[in-house]
Design a protein around this ligand. Structure first.
Ligand code: ADP
Length: 409
């Protein structure tokens, strides 16, 4: 419940953040587009005004302003009184003279002028050589209605996009939460499994010790079995905690590889050496074929650990008279190590689960094998952190092969 609440809160935060980011991007985008459209539309009118002014100012051109049907030309005296009233039309002057104030503050700069609050013009006033002024006006009604329509469309689009962005934010937040939820789930499962796995040997040790306490007069010889079992459970717990620590560090990416250039053949021989004796004690045979003298860049301790896990399993899951083959060979891109045995094998439906943490095919055999179910998870992590691959093939009763491929660098 608590976890669900935290995740929900985090997801809502992400939705809000995504939504704000999307809305901001859309708004900025719309604003830039609006500015660009407005500027482009008005700039052609402004150019017309500037061109007309420039032509009328040419020294050999005494024509006041070249004729342009879109343009109204006002001639003003030094006080601003309109001199060409009859040219423009008395009606125009009567209707709009109040909206056409004379101000020298805005001289030589293009202005937006509204006549009767309805008709929008771009205007430019400049002085003439005789002390009078020319004011040019071009109606931008058409441009204005384009801009107005464009604003409406832009506004509707922005609203639609903002609404869409709420949905997109929700899905994106959900998607980005998935890996967090998964790894959180895995983490809790790992902790739960670890506690469960540690509790079993602890319970055994506790009950054996309690049993010993009820027999204070008894000799060690008589209680040999209880003591032996407790010790083997403690040993198993020891291995398990080391394995758990390795995996926890691997998960937190704290574990760094200490790579060095190594002759893998020598390392394999070194690791196998003590296993010959163990195999002989259990009437099993280890056969090695080392077909490589090439060096490889690896973390020696980790690969040592990997080989021990594979050889240990091969010994654990074989019967007397079984054989264990260890083959090392060079492939063009990889050094390949095969550890195969003629042991009990793994059932087909369980093969893909052997690398899962705490997975053991036969939990009832823990006492015999002392397994923790963590060895192959660690083996897989070691191989993958070396950018290699590990594969398993097996047949019940005929044996199992683990194939490890490690790149040279
Ligand atoms: P464990 O500590 O139980 O050996 P591992 O992670 O090393 O844990 O192995 C997981 C399971 O995979 C083992 O419990 C066993 O069922 C199966 N397994 C591993 N290696 C072999 C093998 N060589 N032959 C048959 N089964 C194997």
């Amino acid at each position: 419940m608590y976890r669900k609440n935290i995740l929900k809160k985090q997801q809502n935060k992400l939705v809000l953040l995504n939504f704000i980011a999307f809305s901001l991007i859309f708004s900025i985008f719309s604003f830039i587009i609006y500015q660009l459209v407005e500027e482009t539309l008005y700039s052609s009118v402004d150019n017309e005004l500037l061109r007309a002014k420039e032509m009328s100012e040419r020294p050999n051109n005494r024509m006041p302003v070249p004729f342009n049907p879109r343009m109204i030309v006002l001639l003003r005296d030094a006080e601003g009184a309109i001199l060409n009233e009859e040219q423009i039309g008395t009606r125009f002057i009567n209707e709009f003279s109040e909206d056409l104030p004379f101000s020298l503050e805005t001289i030589e700069t293009i202005q937006t002028t509204k006549l009767a609050n309805d008709y929008v013009f771009r205007s430019l006033m400049y002085p003439n050589s005789n002390g009078s002024y020319t004011e040019l006006l071009i109606s931008v009604e058409a441009e204005q209605s384009i801009v107005n329509n464009f604003i409406k469309i832009l506004f509707i689009c922005t609203i639609i996009f903002v609404l869409l962005s709420i949905t997109a934010s929700y899905f994106l937040a959900k998607r980005s939460m998935n890996p967090i939820i998964n790894s959180w789930g895995k983490q809790s499962e790992f902790v739960e499994n670890a506690s469960h796995e540690l509790r079993t040997p602890l319970t055994i040790v506790q009950s054996k010790l309690e049993h010993l306490l009820t027999k204070p007069e008894d000799t060690i010889m008589n209680q040999f079995e209880s003591i032996g079992l407790s010790l083997s459970e403690i040993r198993r717990m020891n291995i398990m905690t080391t394995h758990l620590l390795t995996l926890a560090r691997a998960d937190s990416l704290e574990q760094q590889l200490q790579k060095e250039t190594v002759n893998l053949g020598n390392l394999v021989n070194e690791v196998i050496h003590p296993f010959y004796e163990l195999a002989e004690l259990e009437q099993k045979e280890i056969i090695t074929q080392i077909h490589s003298k090439r060096t490889i860049s690896i973390d020696k301790n980790r690969i040592h650990q990997l080989l021990v896990i594979l050889l240990d399993n091969a010994l654990k899951y074989t019967r007397p008279q079984d054989k264990i083959h260890v083959v090392l060979r060079e492939d063009p891109e990889y050094l390949t190590i095969d550890v195969s045995d003629t042991g009990i094998g793994i059932r087909e439906e369980n093969i893909k689960r052997v690398f899962d943490r705490f997975y053991r095919e036969d939990k009832a055999r823990i006492k015999e094998t002392g397994g923790t179910g963590l060895g192959l998870s660690i083996a897989q992590w070691i191989v993958e952190s070396h950018n290699g691959t590990i594969r398993v093939s097996s047949k019940p009763s005929s044996g199992t092969t683990f194939q490890v491929k490690l790149p040279y660098k």
